[in-house]
Design a protein around this ligand. Structure first.
Ligand SMILES: CC(C)(COP(=O)(O)OP(=O)(O)OC[C@H]1O[C@@H](n2cnc3c(N)ncnc32)[C@H](O)[C@@H]1OP(=O)(O)O)[C@@H](O)C(=O)NCCC(=O)NCCS
Length: 172
């Protein structure tokens, strides 16, 4: 069971008793608008239960809670690609709006990237895909040593709008 800590941030496995804080913090349009639709809005208790069950039983990928001041206030994860892409991990993350702008996700991304490159020798490339309307996430990745690799034009439909996707990468 992985637990990573730096300054105010702890990354650790999700727990059943995170349900209340998960739903409270995840139920937010300003988070949803920047994530894939698998992250629902409104974020119901049922959705939270489904997420916790999946995340706690996941054997291949890493889905971790971002804990601050003893409470799960966000999530961060890595999915490990297969077949010819098996040298790649894709990361994703979200944080409760109450905590934005305090450097917490930059901290969390650094912890996760260092952990992946340490524990998964086959991974040579870590990337994140973000919507073109998300400069805060782009900034997080730049601060963590990622660079803009590609713009996928009109690749995404979110909230009824077709938008570009930006891929940021950090090589081993
Ligand atoms: C994006 C997100 C994860 C950032 O988390 P955070 O803990 O606030 O990030 P940090 O504080 O570590 O860094 C944010 C940086 O973006 C900057 N920023 C914030 N809003 C910005 C904007 N509109 N334009 C440009 N930069 C912006 C901040 O100033 C900060 O940079 P700085 O340290 O140089 O001042 C958080 O806002 C979030 O959960 N958003 C919704 C979900 C999401 O977008 N997930 C990522 C999907 S790819």
């Amino acid at each position: 069971m992985v637990t990573l800590t730096s300054n105010r941030v702890t990354l650790r496995p999700w727990r059943e008793n995170d349900l209340t804080s998960l739903v409270r913090h995840a139920n937010n349009f300003n988070i949803w608008i920047n994530l894939r639709d698998g992250f629902p809005h409104p974020y119901t208790e049922e959705a939270g239960r489904g997420w916790l069950k999946m995340a706690m039983n996941e054997a291949t990928h890493l889905f971790l809670a971002i804990e601050v001041d003893g409470e799960a206030v966000g999530g961060i994860g890595a999915t490990f690609k297969d077949d010819v892409y098996r040298i790649n991990a894709e990361i994703g993350y979200w944080l409760s709006e109450e905590y934005w702008g305090q450097g917490l996700v930059s901290n969390a991304v650094t912890l996760l990237v260092d952990y992946i490159y340490d524990k998964y020798p086959a991974i040579l490339r870590i990337y994140a895909d973000l919507f073109s309307h998300n400069p805060a996430s782009a900034r997080v990745l730049q601060k963590c040593g990622f660079h803009l690799e590609a713009i996928h034009k009109n690749a995404v439909i979110k909230n009824g709008k077709v938008i570009d996707e930006h891929r940021y990468v950090k090589f081993r």
